[in-house]
Structure formats: structure tokens, C-alpha cells
Write a new protein. Structure first.
Length: 224
């Protein structure tokens, strides 16, 4: 299979398995989505979803978040890990939203990436899921599977993002990045699949052309 053929197979398979994937992080608007995605760094979505109801009950908008101290935020989000840095980032970005953006989450990648604790992946999720602006967020699941499926060299997350954007139609990106994440968790995890056993891996492996056997070299004449 060529890369384009692999991409077509992956897209068809994932669309059949997950026709309408939803963002796995609990949120009710763009601000709570931004905070939830920030909290998900090096933390499972399940754990984030256990923590955010308590946080958002106290503060689900920038104004109310500034009413809490970074230490109060830290105590609430402690189970997510990296709580000292994340609490400062949440408080800091909330202040910037009030001071520079009239309390609203900005709808540009550049402005989002200027916020504390907001990297390219987090900004990409907000852009495509909240504002419908084409982006292809690449997390560890997507980076790993793109390499395993032969869709990218896997040398860096940035390269994987560029490769996937070239292979898949823009209109598929919003669903596809979620579909790959769900598939990686349920069928093709780092430890649960050796690159051969899950449905997609097995199919792509079976489609590889068999290497041609080299003819045996002519036998040498015995020395006399």
C-alpha cells in the first residue's frame, strides 16, 4: 500500500468504528474546554473528568477563577499531577483573558499559544473543536499510531502533524484526531498491540508486498 492508500483505509475503518466521536473531556464552553485540555497534559482524560466538576463548580469562567488563589486551584487539581505549574497557568491565562481579550478565549492560534501553559497541541484542540478552524492536534496516541501505521516517519510530533495534514482531507481532521485517540486506547495501545494484532495493524501488515527472494548465487567450482 502507498501512504495515501493506507490513509484511505484508516479513515474508512475509523469512520465505521467511531462515526460521531465526541471530545472526551467534560466541558460546557470554550473556556472550560481550554482549562480541561491544559489539565490533561501528562494526565488521563478520566482523571481530569474526575477533577474538573469540583473546579468548575467554584470557577467556570475567568472572573471567578481569578477569585481563587493559585494555591486554592492547586489543591483542587492536585490529583492531575504537575499541579503547581498548572494552577499558576490557569490563574495566569484567566487574568490575560480578562485584561487583553474581554474575558473571552481568543480564536487565533497565535493568541492562544501566548497564554500560560497553552502549547501548540492544546491550542489546536481549542481551534478545531471550539472554533471549527482546521487543525490536527497530535498527542502521544496519534504520534505513536501514525508511525506504527506507516503514515509518518515519527521523528517528531511536529513532523507527524505535517504528514497527517497532507494525507487526510481537511474536513476529516476534527473527527479523525479523536477517532485515532479512541482507537489507540481501545485497540492499539502501546502495550496492547505489537504492531501486528489489532484490526488496522493486521490489515496494513497483510497488505505489505512480500519481498522478492534473491536467486541463489551460482555455486563455485571446487578448487583443484
Amino acid at each position: 500500500m502507498t501512504k495515501l492508500e493506507k490513509a484511505h483505509f484508516v479513515l474508512e475503518t475509523l469512520t465505521h468504528l467511531y462515526p460521531n466521536p465526541t471530545v472526551p473531556l467534560l466541558h460546557k464552553d470554550t473556556y472550560t474546554l481550554l482549562v480541561a485540555v491544559l489539565l490533561s497534559a501528562q494526565c488521563t482524560d478520566k482523571k481530569v473528568n474526575e477533577i474538573t466538576p469540583a473546579l468548575f463548580a467554584r470557577a467556570d469562567n475567568p472572573n471567578d477563577m481569578l477569585g481563587l488563589s493559585p494555591d486554592e486551584i492547586r489543591e483542587i487539581i492536585r490529583p492531575c499531577g504537575l499541579s503547581p505549574a498548572k494552577s499558576k497557568a490557569i490563574w495566569g491565562l484567566s487574568k490575560i483573558l480578562i485584561d487583553k481579550h474581554k474575558g473571552q478565549v481568543p480564536s487565533s492560534m497565535e493568541a492562544l499559544e501566548e497564554l500560560p501553559g497553552v502549547g501548540h497541541k492544546t491550542a489546536s484542540v481549542v481551534m478545531i473543536q471550539a472554533f471549527g478552524v482546521p487543525a490536527f492536534p497530535v498527542d502521544t496516541h496519534i504520534h505513536r499510531l501514525a508511525k506504527r501505521w506507516g503514515l509518518s516517519s515519527g521523528k517528531s510530533v511536529e513532523q507527524t502533524e505535517r504528514d497527517l495534514k497532507k494525507l487526510f482531507p481537511e474536513e476529516s481532521w476534527a473527527k479523525l484526531h479523536l477517532q485515532i485517540i479512541y482507537y489507540g486506547r481501545e485497540h492499539c495501545s502501546a502495550r496492547g498491540c505489537d504492531g501486528k494484532t489489532c484490526m488496522i495493524c493486521a490489515s496494513l501488515r497483510a497488505a505489505k508486498p512480500k519481498s522478492k527472494l534473491k536467486p541463489n548465487p551460482k555455486p563455485r567450482k571446487p578448487l583443484r
